[in-house]
Write a protein that binds this ligand. Structure first.
Ligand code: NAP
Length: 290
């Protein structure tokens, strides 16, 4: 049973790699000083897990933030878990090899801890799907075998996408990162994840901020003397998910680590589970225009 007592507690992936239970998100964090500062601040605040993507256009600054954070805390690279993701324009074996090298060079790292296929069926490769996805997974396996990622996985995948890669895989994916908060519990996908030894990472745990003003969640937060962000992150952890939370503000980055001095009751967990649809649902990966 995983402990949830501090930011450095870990889940264990199916290949034995340990992954810190809360990740720091960087989507929509501008490249440059903002991304650098927020990542450095997060490491100083106790986050041990940073989530970025080629698509976010900020890997250079995230890498600088990692360097600055390690220097400021005296931690070593091995104390930190870093994830990046394959861009939607790189869905082939060869393109994956170029993409990981570009990401590593921008981040200033010789390996990442987790490399994910960002979307299963991007618009630019839809004509060649599912063959392009199979070829892409072979490329991901090569990245893993070359030691450029300690774990590999998928994001925004549903059953039909997992089926495409599972049949021929020599390395099975270890993580599926999905849109997951009380507004969309995605029960079919989380069941698929646990049935296939995939850790469920919960992106947009605050509904990209949209859930923070919800009256029901505010009432629950008041009962525990905490904030709505903390209730949502705690909900995710108590479900056994790994929330990835983003902020560019120092005070919020700090606040979002205050997750370990309260525990939501079964009744409040159920009340949160019942909020389906209040701030949007997961995007259908087969019909996106990117
Ligand atoms: N795999 C994928 O396809 C995918 C898709 C989306 C996201 N993700 C990952 O998941 C991460 C998190 O998701 P997300 O960025 O959608 O949003 P989120 O973490 O659910 O919410 C972030 C928003 O909430 C605000 N916020 C954060 N903490 C707050 C607090 N304590 N009080 C008030 N406001 C607060 C932030 O504002 P400020 O920044 O202004 O403070 C920002 O607007 C991403 O950054 C990314 O790493 C992955």
């Amino acid at each position: 049973m995983t402990e949830i007592t501090k930011m450095s507690d870990t889940y264990t992936l199916s290949n034995g790699v340990k992954i810190p239970i809360v990740g720091f998100g960087t989507w929509q964090t501008p490249e440059g000083e903002v991304a650098k500062h927020s990542v450095e601040t997060a490491i100083k605040a106790g986050y041990r897990h940073i989530d970025t993507a080629a698509m976010y256009g900020n890997e250079d600054a995230v890498g600088e933030g990692i360097k600055a954070g390690l220097a400021a805390t005296g931690l070593s690279r091995d104390d930190l878990f870093v994830t990046t993701k394959l861009n939607n324009d790189a869905h082939s074996f060869d393109l994956v090899q170029k993409a990981i090298d570009t990401s590593l060079s921008k981040l200033g790292l010789d390996h990442v801890d987790l490399y994910l296929i960002h979307w299963p069926n991007p618009a630019g490769f839809r004509d060649s799907y599912p063959d392009s996805l199979k070829d892409t997974w072979r490329g991901m396996e090569q990245v893993y075998k070359d030691g450029k990622a300690r774990a590999i996985g998928i994001s925004n995948f549903r059953q039909q996408h997992l089926d495409v890669i599972k049949a021929d895989a020599s390395v099975q994916p270890m993580v599926n990162q999905i849109f997951l908060n009380p507004s969309d519990l995605q029960p079919a996908v989380t069941k698929m994840n646990s049935d296939n030894q995939l850790l469920t990472e919960a992106y947009s745990p605050l509904g990209t901020g949209k859930l923070l003003g919800n009256e029901e969640i505010k009432k629950i937060a008041a009962k525990y003397g905490t904030g709505t962000a903390q209730v949502l992150l705690r909900w995710s952890l108590q479900h056994g998910f790994l929330p990835l939370v983003k902020s560019v503000h120092d005070n919020r980055i700090q606040e979002n680590t205050a997750l370990f001095d309260f525990s939501l009751s079964t009744e409040d967990m159920q009340a949160l589970d019942a909020l389906h649809g209040v701030s949007g649902l997961a995007t259908d990966p087969d019909t996106t225009n990117f």
